[in-house]
Design a binder for this molecule. Structure first.
Ligand SMILES: *[C@@H]1O[C@H](CO)[C@@H](O)[C@H](O)[C@H]1NC(C)=O
Ligand SMILES: *[C@@H]1O[C@H](CO)[C@@H](O)[C@H](O)[C@H]1NC(C)=O
Ligand SMILES: *[C@@H]1O[C@H](CO)[C@@H](O)[C@H](O)[C@H]1NC(C)=O
Ligand SMILES: *[C@@H]1O[C@H](CO)[C@@H](O)[C@H](O)[C@H]1NC(C)=O
Ligand SMILES: *[C@@H]1O[C@H](CO)[C@@H](O)[C@H](O)[C@H]1NC(C)=O
Length: 494
């Protein structure tokens, strides 16, 4: 008994050292904080998975020869010893600076087994034998383990530092058999059965931890978003364990899929070293720095994906010079009755800023009016547009999506080969393009969202978004959809 208590005390001592985490210098732009409640939830899943793996496991056969008074020398064999059921009464998880400790105490387990014996003695020279079944019950099973979680080149490494399992009370119920057999089982076998249970549980813990480690190791370091961009989900720095939470930092920036160089020059900003912690008692909080969005803006801009040719408008007549014969006589005179299209291009990386209530977006565009004549595309005028929009963040599945709303815009005629255009005209064309074409298109893209770093088998539940410039935080509970133990290596949602 003493070793197990020592062990549990050790777990707690080991963890109760000071909780000030020292952060590495590499900066993460996405942080995940798993709260007490989240850890408890994870612990329960892990225990369920562990119990599922232990139940029905068969322990090795035990064989002993014992001298039984008045009976003789009995060779007793216990076989098909299996653990049929485990009930966990109480468990806890604790984090400390150097590791995570999980303790299960007072668990009970039911075992079934077969027995057989043969006795030979000078009294009974022929020898007698018998066989039957029995059940055993572990009334107080204690299990404790501590693991360390570290960052290994961008992925997490889970290391089992210590584990122990102790059976404190075992009772046996014999079906059939003789009274002496019962006594033999209690005296000579109970300890061996208990040890076999302890060994089986310890072995499953080792297996389980390495399965989890393989799983963590197999998580991708980048998640492709589309042909253009990928999200860097490499872990930066070691997890910070405090007595109430685990905090993980992820690079979180978007990079071009074909880009060789990592994006440079993003900083969280001076004086901001701590993420806003949502006081709500949710399981996890994921914080995204506005640089995540800024990096996306740069990647899509640099890849020339922010330009579109528009040859369809809800008001299709606008795309024919005939429609303009009175308003822009010169256009109609030079190109009578020709179709037109618009070349819209974003002229600098959109500026994105998290504010107290939304994500503010500023975009500068050039809208080039083209005339299509005899298979040729002839640019005739260019309008430059600056507009600002408000983007409301939303959670869709496990993705962070957004919905843009136009706030205001200003326009300017950049150049024209068809004479001066009226300001009113420019503004109404721009307004129509923004409202009927560009914003709806951008929203269709934004609605796909970016995946939040959640394991595949988990879903966000009752997520709440908080704006804490320059961070957006998503606080959420999660639900478990699958069964890790039986599945091979699930990955992030992509
Ligand atoms: C379960 O735990 C509670 C308190 O933690 C204790 O009172 C109760 O007796 C335990 N039940 C069993 C079956 O061990
Ligand atoms: C556990 O991990 C931390 C970093 O997270 C490390 O500093 C510490 O040395 C590790 N402890 C052991 C015993 O491996
Ligand atoms: C386990 O054993 C106990 C006592 O022997 C019994 O009351 C209980 O029903 C058993 N549970 C299962 C699932 O067999
Ligand atoms: C992803 O982030 C890690 C950690 O910050 C960094 O070392 C790595 O270079 C980044 N990868 C790319 C492709 O930018
Ligand atoms: C649209 O305009 C941009 C900027 O003036 C230019 O680089 C691009 O080639 C044009 N696209 C088409 C399809 O004409």
């Amino acid at each position: 008994m003493a070793p197990s208590i020592c062990f549990l005390l050790l777990c707690l001592l080991f963890l109760s050292s000071s909780t000030t985490g020292v952060q590495d210098h590499e900066e993460g732009f996405v942080s995940i904080t798993i709260s007490d409640k989240g850890l408890d939830f994870a612990k329960d899943i892990l225990i369920d998975q562990a119990v599922a793996s232990i139940v029905l496991s068969q322990l090795p056969q035990i064989e002993k020869t014992v001298q039984v008074p008045l009976v003789g020398k009995a060779k007793v064999v216990l076989s098909e010893i299996s653990i049929n059921d485990i009930q966990v009464n109480s468990s806890s998880v604790n984090t400390g600076e150097t590791g995570i400790a999980l303790v299960v105490s007072g668990a009970t387990a039911n075992l079934s087994l077969n027995w057989r014996y043969s006795v030979s003695s000078w009294l009974v020279p022929i020898g007698i034998s018998d066989s039957g079944t029995a059940t055993a019950r572990v009334n107080d099973l204690q299990v404790g383990l501590t693991v360390n979680l570290t960052n290994q080149e961008g992925t997490l490494k889970l290391l089992l530092l210590d584990s122990g399992c102790h059976v404190r009370d075992l009772s046996i119920k014999l079906h059939g058999g003789a009274a002496w057999l019962y006594q033999v089982l209690v005296d000579a076998f109970a300890g061996s059965i208990a040890s076999a249970v302890e060994e089986a549980v310890s072995e499953k813990i080792n297996e389980g931890i390495s399965t989890l480690d393989v799983l963590l190791h197999s998580l991708p370091k980048t998640i492709p978003l589309d042909e253009t961009a990928a999200l860097n989900v490499s872990f930066v720095s070691n997890p910070v364990l405090s007595d109430s939470a685990i905090e993980l930092a992820i690079n979180g920036l978007l990079t071009g899929r074909n880009e060789i160089l990592a994006p440079q020059g993003y900083h969280r900003g001076s004086g901001i070293s701590v993420f806003p912690v949502d006081p709500s008692s949710k399981m996890i909080t994921i914080s995204l720095h506005e640089n995540v969005f800024k990096s996306g803006s740069l990647v899509y801009f640099t890849a020339d994906t922010l330009q579109w040719t528009v040859d369809e408008l809800p008001d299709q007549e606008l795309l024919n010079t005939a429609e303009w014969r009175f308003l822009i006589p010169q256009l109609y005179k030079q190109y009578p009755n020709d179709d037109m299209n618009l070349n819209i291009s974003v002229s600098s990386p959109p500026d994105i800023q998290v504010t107290n209530k939304d994500v503010g977006v500023k975009i500068s565009l050039d809208i080039i009016l083209n005339v299509l004549e005899a298979g040729e595309v002839i640019p005739v005028a260019c309008i430059s547009v600056d507009f600002s929009a408000s983007c409301a963040a939303e959670i869709l599945g496990n993705n962070l999506a957004g919905w843009l709303k136009l706030k205001k815009f200003s326009t300017n005629l950049k150049w024209s080969k068809i004479g001066k255009l009226h300001m009113n005209l420019i503004q109404s064309v721009t307004s129509s393009v923004l409202k009927t074409v560009l914003i709806p298109y951008l929203n269709s893209q934004l609605m796909r969202g970016i995946p939040l770093p959640i394991l595949n088998d988990f879903a966000l539940e009752n997520a709440r978004i908080l704006y804490a410039p320059p961070w957006i935080t998503v606080s959420s509970d999660v639900s478990f959809l699958g069964h890790y133990y039986h599945k091979q290596l699930p990955a992030y949602v992509s």
